[in-house]
Write a protein of this length. Structure first.
Length: 204
């Protein structure tokens, strides 16, 4: 897993240096423009983004819009010297989790970044687990997927055999294969895993 990173995008070199000094002990990658950030890491790893709004070329708001269009949901702290209500509202609508005016309190910024990195680490672990479960389910055959749906609907092996028109022994064999492929210790766990994958798919 990649180390959590704080990406900082600001056209003021002094501000970039100041934030790096504040975030001591944390991996920081500074960029002088939104274009530089996109060019260097179009698909950022786990972490958060500290972003200035008013910059030459692509603005901070446009970068947030670009990230969301790419389905990159990393948490964003907007750090701007030109804070105003419309900018706050618009950035929050696009998913920014914090809006701080320059010069931001160093202790507050450090504390907020640590909170976000911790939360993002938990979310990354959850996404990795869901992906592992989804990959296991993708290995199932069409018949095995049908069996999972029926088991999740509460049908017993005997009922499934009658419904599908196959022998009870065949149903039992399919069920054993499904449990082995997914790593589920029992049918209850299998159903829970299926619900996790379905919930995540619906959330995307």
């Amino acid at each position: 897993m990649h180390e959590a990173t704080v990406y900082v995008v600001d056209d003021d070199p002094t501000m970039l240096e100041s934030i790096e000094n504040v975030l001591v002990g944390i991996r920081v990658r500074p960029y002088g423009s939104a274009e530089e950030f996109i060019s260097d890491c179009g698909s950022p790893h786990a972490g958060c983004l500290i972003l200035d709004l008013r910059m030459p070329g692509m603005t901070g708001m446009q970068l947030i819009e670009w990230l969301r269009a790419q389905h990159i949901e990393m948490p964003i702290i907007v750090l701007s010297g030109h804070g105003n209500i419309p900018a706050v509202v618009e950035s929050m609508k696009l998913g920014a989790v914090e809006f701080l005016e320059k010069p931001a309190d160093h202790r507050m910024l450090l504390s907020r970044v640590r909170e976000l990195l911790q939360s993002e680490s938990v979310r990354c672990d959850e996404r990795a687990k869901v992906k592992e479960i989804r990959d296991r389910f993708l290995r199932l055959t069409e018949r095995e997927r049908e069996l999972v749906e029926l088991l999740a609907s509460g049908f017993s092996s005997k009922q499934i055999a009658a419904r599908v028109g196959i022998a009870l022994k065949t149903v039992e064999n399919h069920r054993s294969h499904v449990l082995a492929k997914t790593g589920a210790p029992n049918v209850a766990s299998l159903v829970r895993m299926k619900m996790i994958v379905a919930d995540r798919a619906a959330a995307v």
